[in-house]
Every structure is written in structure tokens, then in C-alpha cells.
Design a protein around this ligand. Sequence first.
Ligand SMILES: [Zn+2]
Length: 561
Amino acid sequence: MKLFLVVLSLLLLNVVPTQTRIQPADIVFKNGTVYTANDRAPKAQAIAVKADRIIFVGTNAAAQKYVGPQTRVIDLHGNTVLPGFTDAHQHLSGVGFREMTLNLEGTTSLDDLLAKVKARVDQAKPGEWVTGRGWIETHWQPPLFPTRWDLDKVSPNNPVILGRADGHGAVANSAAFKLAGIDKNTPNPFGGEISKDKQSGEPNGMLLDAAQGLVRRRVPPTSRADEERAVVLGSKRNIELGWTQVQDAGGDFDDVEIFKKLYTSGEIKLRIYKAIHGPGANANRLIKEGPIIGQFQNRLTLRTIKVVSDGALGSRGAALLGPYSDAHDTSGFLTVKTEQLRPMLIDALRQGIQVETHAIGDKANRYILDEYATALRAVPRNIRKVADPRWRVEHAQIVNPVDIPRFAKLGIIPSMQPSHAIGDLFFAPSRLGIERLQGAYAWESFIKSGVVVPGGSDAPVERGEPMIEFYAAVARKDPKGFSGPGWHLEEAVTRAQALKMFTIWPAYAAFEEKLRGTIELGKLADLTILSADIMTIPEAEILNTQCVMTVINGEVVFERS
Ligand SMILES: [Zn+2]
């Protein structure tokens, strides 16, 4: 009854407003093309914001009532307003470090890579490490991994390690191998592989997944100041691109301390939904201490453990049910130990901690669904701190079609990255065979099966631009409009679905669907304002669309001049 009265009075307030009842807004946005992602009222012209909340959504005429003497009125001149975009899977400090170290994004050939390395080595002091990230060999001629002997040509003395864009492989030179003490007799560490030359048996320079650690632990650690700078740079870039929240997929409690410091000093405004790695000490601490929810005006939440269950497709580390079609001697590998995972899952479920697991190959996906199912059975709803734990599978890239319905059945959320498809589908047919592409990057099949699919960029694995992700989701073609055999265009999503992938669905995957994710009365005022109407323009034009303004908590945090 009480609730009824509240609802009634709210309704009256809107239907018969009087000047005395209406509080003037801090900001009124008018003349916009507003898509709310709220199915009950999908379009609007104007929005009024007071403090951190949306207090009105509707027509220009009705919005006028919220304009007081102190109100900032922003004429959008028809620009498109969307609920604040969320990147459901990103590595925030990685995005910042990509700007700070040798950025190898867009490297066009081995020669191009070597030229970039040489330029950096020429400036380095004797013995100084050269580190970088971002190369992808699949578009090179020939599309082969670089070797340590290639790097030795431009850096005979300085140790070098360069991460592939996906982060699941790196190439290092001989100087780096020497410092790490790796030779042909060094055994592969668990969850990783030291790539060998087929003829000589010598390590060829490529290190997959956990094997990267053998060299990386020799690199002098980055300073705290560097790490802070990376977060500041990463946040700034995200806000300028229109992201209002990133779901930061991995890391540790040190990251959380850095975020707290930067929020306190006002150096970052971006919302961060943080996960930390497990199984291990960080995960145990989170389970013991419990989650952090909505600190710094709903900007910082930590309630998730990130597990990595296999490698990536590009470096053939993704765990497959059968051998790779282009390398019959391998089917990838799992990177988590069941005896460590199982007790952690049980504890997490009891204590209300979310788990998200990186799973790319069909074997890894089946494995983690099995492990999740076992834990969910072992800890029934009545003894869970959070009855519906909304556990996630990150990537869910290659899933055996029989496993797709299991996500909805178990209440597991596949968190997927559209740009992976349009990059990977150039080499996925040869890696996997045409047959196995059924169930690969299967966004529409997942949605039809009854789950939400939060969308992410996985930056710095990919560029991390919302317009690239939105385009990839609706077009499922490369940026030039190309699609090859086996790309399964029927798995592209509608624009209305794509909008949800970057707004309300990631909010749901973060337990925040009542707080944000749509443009609706009472929700947090997060807005992404674009130069063009990506819900109607031709596909190709989506990629030319710019973010013109970003609003977080009712504050304009970015405005294109
Ligand atoms: Zn990732």
C-alpha cells in the first residue's frame, strides 16, 4: 500500500506538475535523438539531470519546466544520446601502458615491426629492456610469428620482449632468453609453452601464455608512479571514446588501492567494475573480506574473481576438444588446476562473490560450464549469499553448439567481444576448420537461447573503441565490409541488441541494472553522446562516428571542442 501511494504520488508529480513541485535541473539536454534502451519508452528528445541522477526523460517542451536560473541547457542539435556505454571486458592499465611503452598496434609486416623496435633500441641505454605490445601477424605476408633471431638483427644486446596483441603470446630476443636462462632443455611451465624450432629444437623466441613469465620476471618491475599514470591515461582515453564504465578483467588488490587514490584525488572519473585474479591469494582475500560495492559515488565496485582457463586462438593456446586444423599435433591447453579452482568456486558462491572465467576454446568452455555446474549444485541457493550469482564466461568464443543452451540453463552470462570475430575470422577457418565455426562468436544464437550478452572490447587486445565494437556486432564484417566463408553473418545482432550489449546488459552482468544502463527516471546520469545516429545510418558510417560528449554521474567529463 505504501509503495502504491509512492508510485501514485510520483505519477501525479509527472502528470500535473506545478512550478513549486519541480526542482530545477543542473543540466537539461534538449534537441537530442535519444535512444533510452528502455523498451517501455525507447525514444526521447530531452533529458534533465539533477546531481548524479536522471530526473526527466521526454519531449523538449516538457523539459522546459526543469530549466531554472542556474540550469545549464545543452542544445544537442540532433546529436544522438545513448545510455553511457560500458566496456564489459577491458584491461584498463594495459590500455594506459600501451600508450606508454612501444605501441605495436597496426604493425603491417615483420619489417615494420623490426623498424619500430630498432628505433626504440637506438634510444635505449646499454642493457636497458625494450618492451612493447600490440603486434598481430595474421595480416603479414607470410603470416608467421616473429622469432628471436629476427629480433637479434635489430637488438643484439638489449633484451626485448614484445607481447602479441592478445596478450597470450610474446616474442623475446636471445639477450632476453639468456637473462632468463632459457635453453632447449628448459621444460614448459604449467599452462604455457616455450615454442621450439622444428628442426633444431632450439627455442625460437615465442613464449605462449604462462611461459611468458619466464622472461617477464626479469624485466624490472614498473614503478607505482608508472602504474598510476597508466590508469590515468587509460581512463582519459576511455572517456574520450565514450565509455562511462569499464569492467576491468583481472589484476590484484594493488590496482584497487591505485583506483582509490586516483578517485580521491579526482584524477579519474571513469566507473570501474573491477575483477581480480584467482585462484590464489587475491581471490582468497576477496572471499574473506567480502565485496566493495559502489564506492566513490557508485564508481568503484570489486566483487568478482577472474579465472583464466585457457589461452587464445591466435597463439593456438585455446583449449579445443579436437586438434587444431592447421597444427594437428596440438589442441591447446587448460591453464587452471581443477584442484585449486573447485574449492574457490564453492567459497565464492557461499560468500556472494561473482566469478568470471576466460574461456576461448570449446574444451575450455565445456570445462568451465561443468565446473560451474558442479559448484552450483554443491551450494544450493538457500546457502548462497547471493542467490543468483550471475557468474560469467569471458569470451565464450568457440562453443560446441550443444553447450550453448547450457548457459541459459545454468544462469551463466557469456561476455563477448565483437571485434574479436572480425579480426579472428580471417584465420579462424584455417585454425578450426569450417565445421567448428558453427558455435564460434555465436552472439545471436546466445541471445536467442535466452541469455544477455554483455559486449566488450578486450582492449588492449583490441583497439578498445566503442564504434568498432558496435560496428562489428551489427555488421560482422571487417572495417572494409569484407566477410569470408564461414563468417556466419546470421550471428550478427540487430542494432537494438547491440545497444543493449554495451548498456543495459553489462549493467545486468554487474548487478547494476537498477542503477544504470538505460536512460530512465531515477537512474544514474551516464550518457554517451555521438555525432551520428548509429541506430539508423549505413553500417560503414558507424566507424566514422565520433563521441562528442561523455557524461558520468551527471557531470560532463568530456566534451569535444
Ligand atoms: Zn581480456
